[in-house]
Design a protein around this ligand. Structure first.
Ligand code: BDR
Ligand code: CA
Length: 324
């Protein structure tokens, strides 16, 4: 039936596009969605995830609620300045109400059950803080072999977005990110903001989406606050669909070009907390000074055919959308 997928998410406008991308793709078997704190609080992210699935006519997909805070160090920061007060530019209530209740037992239990029940390995796509996925890896080592890949949206190789050094998802729970990315337990692909920024879509792309039908119109209607933020961040009238770029790689492996690099997650306190540090020294030089703190080999998405990626997102979000 296609790629078996679970999305772990904190919707969030770009999360909404990412969920819709998977939910509307016929070659994807979306087994479940789990929610985590992040862009807004956990109650809101769970509500938003369920409403996006309802918009896509996917009340068959179970949703379970996960972590309300990071693994080790609590913090109160939210990204309402990016995604609006309710995480969807203040438009969440305009979406349809879901017909299906939240799954009892929480995110780790749902993830475990989906892995146990699957006859083939499942791809997990964390597009929020990595708390739920780190907890799963710690709690259920017996299920690691049932995970095909973990395709993570997160990290920054050059500069961050929530601080000079750090990207929001990794910064929101650096200890969890360290476990998932550098623990070496399950193959990971990291899709950093360096690449997602290059795939930003224009106002014209959004206008085409908006005119394509009710789902496209409802998705585009979630973007006003997000557009305001990205006008500042990009310097032009567009938005960055970070999470949808990661889901694109999860459902079409190889759509992004990846490279394996030595990486460490900064978990100390200070201006670089949450940074993903890539060791760019020549291997011969690195070998002279190697320590365990240097980091682990992590597969990172570094390039793609940007126009083809934008067209892919457009095609999947509505077959009537033609503009890049
Ligand atoms: C990531 O942070 C969130 O605000 C977005 O939803 C995305 O997952 C980008 O840094
Ligand atoms: Ca997100």
């Amino acid at each position: 039936m296609g790629t078996k997928l679970v999305i772990d998410t904190d919707p969030g406008v770009d999360d909404a596009f990412a969920i819709a991308l998977a939910a509307l793709s016929e070659d994807v078997e979306l087994l479940g969605v789990t929610t985590v704190f992040g862009n807004v609080g956990l109650e809101a992210t769970t509500r938003n995830a369920r409403r996006i699935l309802a918009l896509c006519g996917r009340d068959d997909v179970p949703v379970a609620q996960g972590a309300a805070r990071p693994l080790v160090h609590p913090h109160a920061h939210k990204a309402r300045y990016v995604h609006g007060v309710d995480g969807l530019s203040g438009r969440s209530a305009a979406l349809p109400e879901p017909g299906r209740p939240v799954e009892p037992g929480g995110a780790v239990r749902l993830l475990s059950r989906l892995l146990e029940d699957s006859d083939e390995p499942v791809t997990i796509v964390p597009i929020g803080p990595l708390t739920n996925v780190a907890t799963l890896l710690a709690a259920r080592p017996d299920l690691h072999h049932k995970i095909a890949r973990i395709v993570v949206m997160g990290g920054a190789l050059s500069h961050g977005n929530v601080s000079a050094a750090a990207e929001f998802n990794v910064w929101s729970d650096p200890e969890a990110a360290h476990r998932v990315l550098c623990g070496g337990e399950v193959p990971c692909v990291l899709v950093p903001m360096d690449l997602t920024y290059r795939c930003a879509v224009s106002r014209a792309w959004l206008d085409e989406l908006s005119g394509s039908g009710p789902v496209g119109a409802a998705l585009a209607a979630l973007t006003p606050d997000y557009l305001t933020h990205y006008r500042k961040a990009l310097g032009w009238d567009g938005i960055v669909l970070h999470d949808a770029v990661a889901v694109a790689e999860a459902i079409t492996p190889g759509i992004l070009t990846t490279e394996t690099v030595p990486m460490a997650v900064e978990t100390s306190f200070g201006p670089a907390r949450g940074a993903t540090l890539v060791d760019q020294r020549r291997p011969e030089l690195r070998a002279d000074t190697e320590t365990p703190e240097d980091g682990a080999a992590v597969r990172v998405a570094v390039d793609t055919d940007v126009d083809a990626l934008r067209a892919f997102l457009a095609r999947r979000l509505t077959s009537r959308l033609t503009l890049r």
